[in-house]
Design a protein around this ligand. Sequence first.
Ligand SMILES: Cc1cc2nc3c(=O)[nH]c(=O)nc-3n(C[C@H](O)[C@H](O)[C@H](O)COP(=O)(O)O)c2cc1C
Length: 171
Amino acid sequence: MKDFLTLAAQRYSVRKFTGEPVSDEHLSLILKAGHLAPTACNNQPQKLLVIRSREALDKLYLCTRCHFNCPTAIIICNDSTRSWTRKTDGKSSGDVDTSIVTTHMMMEAADLGVGTCWLMLFKPDVVRAEFNLPDHLEPVSILVMGYPAEDAEVNPLHNQFRPEEDIVTYL
Ligand SMILES: Cc1cc2nc3c(=O)[nH]c(=O)nc-3n(C[C@H](O)[C@H](O)[C@H](O)COP(=O)(O)O)c2cc1C
């Protein structure tokens, strides 16, 4: 296990995979990491669809051009019947909760040597139709994953950081 900042610095979005599916052992650890994520009021509104059969992968590829021929993926949905809502303004915790779950899984995957790319560029209506999602499940993010191809490249965006002093304000 790497220390967290080393892991965070080394992780990058992998967009080229070997064809090998993520092993059951690795998948189970990745899902475990998602399971441990904190959520508002501990409501755990996430619903995870693990995509690994040929049939499911073919459906996924219809949902996004950013599938990168991944051999495995997880669609992270928010269950609106479970997510917490702030009464004063009606804001739901669903996007935040599911993003923490997704981040936990992405970082655990990185620690295991499993490459991931977080997707928001997908067609929610196609996801809904292909995977028969009921109205209360909203697909928020997709984590495509697999073992990085030997010639997988780090995108230059990976190393572009706004100056910390532009981002952080000490009061
Ligand atoms: C919320 C979110 C949505 C993203 N959506 C996409 C996407 O649809 N397609 C894609 O190729 N990368 C996507 N990315 C990856 C980002 O482009 C990438 O994380 C960013 O450029 C930094 O690069 P790095 O992950 O290699 O450090 C997304 C990342 C995040 C956090």
